[in-house]
Design a binder for this molecule. Structure first.
Ligand SMILES: Cc1cc2nc3c(=O)[nH]c(=O)nc-3n(C[C@H](O)[C@H](O)[C@H](O)COP(=O)(O)O)c2cc1C
Length: 213
């Protein structure tokens, strides 16, 4: 069983620590993509980040994104609010028929509501990506699609993405896995999110004074 290492917080709580928002999972109980997302977020917390998670049960409450209406409902409004204050994002999708699941893509579409923001979409933010599949091919294709989507939204996919073959890897009820390779991937993503995310926090703090420097 891999228990998280002896990570030392990169930031003292309350000292402008980065906020990481996780989106993903499926509506399946014991969803592997949700477990991987939660493990990654917990690692980020151990490194000093604050986190928020939108998992399958939350995403299922989101109506199909409709650009023509302003009302977003409780989960949609909370999702937008969390993304607006995020310093980093992590997205986890199951591979459905060779690509990103509709549930997760619909949640991503809600980023359209941030289009007119001072920081539109995912601009400048590190984005960790996790893809699961019942085999390697579907998971790898899904990771590749997630990277393309994040580029379109002006985000920065972290160099390490996690690809998880759920036919071979399992998570326990505490969202831990004894698969060393998966643990390494998720730890590396968490480190990059917190490391780069703190720089986003830092730049946000510069305001207009630092903008020209
Ligand atoms: C509708 C559907 C389509 C799927 N399509 C694929 C696929 O194309 N390739 C693949 O490797 N696995 C596919 N799977 C399997 C899931 O990707 C795999 O079981 C994944 O781990 C499910 O994520 P979860 O554990 O978070 O529910 C599919 C599963 C479902 C329900």
């Amino acid at each position: 069983m891999i228990i998280f290492g002896e990570e030392k917080p990169m930031y003292e709580p309350g000292s402008g620590r980065p906020h990481i928002v996780g989106i993903g999972g499926t509506t399946r109980s014991a969803s592997s993509s949700e477990a991987a997302l939660r493990m990654c977020l917990r690692l980020a917390e151990k490194l000093g980040a604050s986190t928020a998670a939108f998992v399958g049960a939350d995403l299922a409450k989101l109506p199909m994104y409709n650009p023509g209406v302003a009302e977003r409902g409780e989960v949609g409004a909370k999702l937008a609010a969390e993304l607006r204050r995020a310093d980093g994002v992590v997205i986890a999708s199951a591979g459905y028929h060779g690509g990103v699941s509709g549930l997760v893509k619909n949640a991503i579409d809600y980023l359209e509501d941030l289009r007119e923001d001072q920081r539109p979409y995912l601009q400048g933010m590190p984005v960790g990506l996790i893809a699961t599949g019942a085999g390697w091919q579907g998971a790898v294709m899904t990771l590749s699609q997630l990277r393309t989507i994040v580029h379109a939204l002006r985000g920065w996919p972290t160099p390490m993405g996690a690809v998880i073959n759920s036919a071979e890897v399992s998570f326990d009820r505490d969202f831990c896995t004894d698969d060393a390779q998966v643990a390494f991937q998720l730890e590396t993503i968490a480190c990059d999110l917190v490391g780069f995310g703190s720089k986003v926090t830092c730049m946000a703090g510069l305001g207009s004074e630092g903008a020209g420097q």
